[in-house]
Ligand binder design. Sequence first.
Ligand SMILES: *Cc1c(COP(=O)(O)O)cnc(C)c1O
Length: 567
Amino acid sequence: MERFAGRTIKKDKRNIAYFSMEIGLDSKIPTYSGGLGILAGDTIRSCADLHIPVVATTLLYRKGYFTQKLDSHGNQTESDVKWKPELFLKKTDKKVIVEIEDRKVAVTAWQYNVTGVAGYKIPVIFLDTNLKENNPYDRNITNWLYGGDWKYRLCQEIILGIGGVRILEALGYNKIKKYHMNEGHSSLLIFELLRRQKGRKKKLTRKDYDAVRSKCLFTTHTPVPSGHDHFPLDVVKNSLKNIISPEEIDAMSYQGNLDLTHLAMDNSQYINGVAKKHGEISRKMFPGHLIDSITNGIHSVVWTSKYFREIYDKYIPGWQKDSFSLRYALGIPDYEIWNAHKKAKKDLIDYVNKEHPSADLKSHIFTIGFARRSATYKRGTLLFSDINRLLEIAQKKGEIQIIYAGKAHPNDSQGKEIIKFIFSKMKELKGKISVVYLENYGIEIAKKIVSGVDLWLNTPQKPLEASGTSGMKACHNGIPNLSILDGWWIEGHIENKTGWSIGTKAENSNEEDARDLYYKLDEKIVPKYYNNREQWINIMKHSIAYNASFFNTHRMMHQYVLNAYFR
Ligand SMILES: *Cc1c(COP(=O)(O)O)cnc(C)c1O
């Protein structure tokens, strides 16, 4: 047992280990890049609130993901994030060795505790190879999230999976019954579990494989095959030669490679996708596997602005512990909803105008928000497909202003082009529709945008948005969604009640989607915002009551506990 601030973490009671390549807990701890890491952070917070006996494991990225700078044309440059882990995390005195090829790489661990509403703590263990005894290459293994080449990535995944299992044991977590892999990056842990299972025997038996399988759970997150890490078998055999035999690696191969998603699928007792539709798609992508679905959520308290927290505290006491009770938001008086929204919007507009004085946004103008990774499938430029049509709506139905944010991965040249395209439209629209692009999207900026705009826009290419979560954050702040029917929105959308769809459930072309997007703004949304405030607030309330009450990580963790962890 270890004491932290008066509360104990009973290590022999922690029986679930949660592994994630990225975990986003705080904007000052830059060990996340986007949705996957934010989900991991929110998951851990809900485990703390709900007393679910989890210990979480990730890597300590001393250089973070990256800091984004944009010049006046929208050209992105990246630099290392500067932060001091010792200000936020506590270094442990434990060290383990992980063999990679013929090297013995030393790994240590840092700890951060997430405290729930009633004081229960979840330890988050950050693995770190920056130790004197390691050679310069190995000291860098845990430095950059999603940086480096595929060999670097393989080293990181060896440290995360194999180093993670070893460090948890060294730290005294010796009653782990379930290993939950949040995406395939950590699935090499399966080899470490098999090694332990094998002991001194010459060969692994069917029983050994079954024993490991009964301990593993896997959540898949992407319907994009290129999103699944895979490595040449000979490289993996050489890297892991001191851990597992070449025959045992061969037994896990897929199409001549070691594919971490298939490794996880083949060796997990429970597998799930992150929304109903994503479950269906995953079952098609991976025939022969039983794949369930648990729709993602977000942590209600973290993503609700202080103004909405105040009215929830007043009208729905207990909601912080019980997100389901947001159902009762329908009883909150309209003026309270509107005042809370106005305050959150003013905070956002003041912040944007301070950062970008030339933007000159106005609090009374209908404001659209679009913020997420700048990846091609998110189609950040759909709103600008027909500038004249957009201008016509703004002139005839009411003024519009737009706030963008999002980083492109350093190697994603198409993602970078999207940002430049938005900047070019920003110039074209100057004086008619104000458009701003906020730099360096992260947790802090996300909190401001998802609570301060009037409409949350999402335009992914179907069926590539496995779930999406930023729209759920908007719901918690009473902000309606306008989105393609993909991911979570298929489940959360009730036309004219919780927001609006773009396109149909069938396949639509970019042109069809753009046409419907403009139609909805023109006919359904902008007029309602300006001329029928009562109906608008009604939609805000239904966004909270129907969607915030369900699309949260408390509900999600109830499902993991009942359907996955303890079954
Ligand atoms: C919520 C969030 C995301 C994920 O948003 P999606 O809509 O799921 O793409 C990415 N980055 C940050 C900083 C977030 O807060």
